[in-house]
Ligand binder design. Structure first.
Ligand code: M6R
Length: 604
């Protein structure tokens, strides 16, 4: 995710800001920039690529200053280019702004600003902010007043820091995106994350939504949106910089599991019309009306999301199938210009998936990248791209990107089905509507889970099986993949009905079976549960609260809040992620970097 650092104070503030940006590198970024105020105005240096590329030019370009801001950008609006890197300025170059979050009404604001003569130099949503500030300053407002006027017209989320010519202070505001102050004797920091300044100070003030802060070398003042002073406590952090990067979690994977409510919130933000239950993805009306079939390709976790997506499409009557990317060319799928091939890939760089997409494209198919990384190869090479907005994932084991992929696929499936039939089925509409409650339900799973207790009970067994039917099948496969990759224990996933056709021979009292229930055809899966229980295997059911038949039959249960059957799998996956995590932790495995595995697999 994007990172913000600001510093007002003595010493070389540009170096402090650069160090802060380096300390935020773990969050992932694709471009970086710094602005400082010196005696003759604002100087800016920004680049696509790594901070080191910035450092190469910064010493020649920027003089030192006593007030500076910096940013690492994870692209959301516009590709990672020098022009799109932050800070962004107004037409006069007297104001520089860094921003985390998404300004949802940026398109309307930009149109109005351009009509009033403002010239934009980037594709970003952020750039409306300096131009709005410019107008209010020109109308005679001071900077604090101009900022308040500007904030009053912004929809969406932001952590904003403003540097202005002639000002000894930095101005900051927060709504929906974290922003902290770091308070030192002769300098004050602003940052999106404490590791940015922890090596200088451990005194932290956490800004709250609606806060506007003024920061100088001597301290800070916080007000509400109307300018009335508010008190925010100074806390002392006893974290090391490494602890802080993980925000107190023992592993990035656990942090990323806990980030799922926010990740899903971002994935659906602005993509649902809540009054009608219609998806509002940014495709023209009828964009998929001439699609005869959909093929979804991916590897590993992304393949499981693709299987889930194919299930959603198939239930809406669309001819859809998921194919492992590494097997795609061998399966000789039907390919023509009425075939939509969706490449599901977190990184957008997986060689097998890129190979499948290129194979499809060369044969005339239309391609769409469903990815987390703007500017990735898949996003650039495909005809269209749809971003899952999960933010950077550092743990090798995918967690939050799976849930973000599935909810984005649900919106895509509803869009394709609507374009093909001219309307959205009542069931699909209900599923889209149910998405809005999903972030809170994910939080409830995380808060109330018994996964830690169940993991203790079953941590040392011969093997582990995961079963599910329909949309619970990809969830079972994903549960087994997660389990084996981080625990190094033998785990397999099967369609529940397939057990009796072979795998049942492996089932004993030492092979716990995790049975995933989607809320559809549960009675059949219950039969399969009884089959394994008859062979002595303990069964851990993952099911909705209130599913009494399952709750009574299973030996252990991991429950999730009741929701539309299309979404139960997203909640169930979190329980299985937590089981894998806790078992692996008990076995003292290298959870964030499992042996033999890489985050991005760029060879076929
Ligand atoms: O970046 P991609 O989504 O294309 O990666 C595909 C797989 O390598 C990936 O999903 C992998 O299976 C997971 N990291 C496993 O947790």
């Amino acid at each position: 995710m994007c990172g913000i650092v600001g510093c007002a104070g003595s010493g070389d503030t540009v170096s402090n800001v650069l160090t802060g940006l380096e300390n935020l590198e773990y969050r992932g970024y694709d471009s970086a920039g710094v602005a400082l105020r010196n005696g003759s105005g604002i100087e800016i240096c920004k680049r696509a690529g790594e901070i080191s590329a910035l450092q190469g030019t910064i010493s020649q370009r920027l003089s030192s200053g006593s007030i500076a801001i910096g940013h690492t950008r994870w692209s959301t609006h516009g590709p990672p280019t020098d022009a799109n890197a932050h800070p962004h300025t107004d037409c006069t170059g007297e104001v520089a702004v860094v921003h985390n979050g998404i300004i949802e009404n940026h398109a309307d604001l930009r149109t109005a600003l351009e009509a009033r003569g403002h010239e934009f130099t980037s594709d970003t949503d952020t750039e409306v902010v300096p131009h709005l500030l410019e107008e209010h300053l020109a109308a005679g407002r001071d900077l604090a007043g101009a900022l308040r006027e500007t904030l009053s017209v912004l929809d969406g989320s932001y952590a904003l820091v403003v540097l202005a010519d002639g000002e000894d202070a930095l101005y900051a505001a927060r709504r929906g995106s974290p922003l902290l102050l770091g308070v030192d004797d002769d300098r004050t920091f602003l940052a999106s994350d404490a590791p940015a300044f922890l090596e200088y100070t451990d005194s932290v003030v956490v800004l709250e939504d609606g806060d506007v802060a003024t920061v100088t070398a001597d301290g800070y003042a916080v007000t509400d949106a109307d300018g009335a002073p508010v008190e925010r406590a100074v806390r002392s952090l006893d974290w090391t910089p490494e602890d802080a990067r993980k925000e107190g979690y023992d592993h990035y994977m656990l942090k990323e599991i806990h980030e799922q409510p926010d990740a899903v919130r971002r994935a659906i933000r602005g993509r649902i019309d809540e009054s009608t239950g219609e998806p509002t993805l940014a495709f023209p009306d009828g964009a998929f009306a001439d699609v005869d079939r959909v093929q979804l390709v991916g590897c590993g976790t992304s393949y499981h999301a693709a299987l889930y997506g194919a299930g959603l499409l198939a239930r809406e009557g669309v001819d859809a199938r998921a194919i492992l990317a590494s097997e795609y060319a061998e399966t000789t799928p039907t390919l023509d210009d009425r075939t939509l091939v969706v490449g599901v890939t977190q990184s957008g760089e997986t060689a097998d998936t890129l190979g499948a997409l290129r194979h499809a494209s060369q044969r005339g198919a239309r391609t769409l990248a469903l990815t987390n990384v703007l500017g990735s190869t898949a996003a650039r090479e495909c005809d269209d791209a749809l971003f899952i907005r999960a933010g950077p994932e550092i743990g090798v084991a995918a967690s939050k990107t799976f849930s973000s992929q599935v909810v984005t696929l649900l919106l895509l499936a509803a869009t394709v089905a609507r374009d093909l039939t001219g309307d959205l089925s009542a069931d699909s509409r209900a599923a889209v509507r149910a998405l809005t409650a999903l972030p809170d339900q994910l939080q409830a799973v995380i808060d109330d889970t018994d996964a830690g207790v169940i993991a203790e009970r079953y941590a040392r067994q011969e093997a582990y099986f995961f079963i599910g039917r329909g949309l619970a099948h990809p969830v079972a496969l994903e549960g087994a993949l997660k389990f084996k990759e981080i625990s190094y224990e033998h785990a397999e996933g099967f369609p529940a009905g397939e057990l009796k056709h072979g795998p049942l021979a492996l089932v004993t009292a030492e092979t716990p079976v995790f049975a995933v229930f989607s809320g559809r055809s549960d009675e059949k899966t219950l039969n399969n549960v009884q089959e394994v229980q008859a062979r002595g295997a303990p069964v851990v059911a993952v099911t909705c609260e209130g599913n009494d038949a399952v709750l009574q039959q299973a030996d252990e249960v991991l429950t999730v809040p009741d929701t539309h059957p299309d979404l139960v799998g997203v909640l169930s996956t979190v329980q299985l992620q937590l089981i894998s995590y806790h078992v692996s932790d008990l076995l003292d495995r290298a959870i964030d970097k499992p042996r033999n595995l890489a985050k991005s697999v760029t060879v076929e």
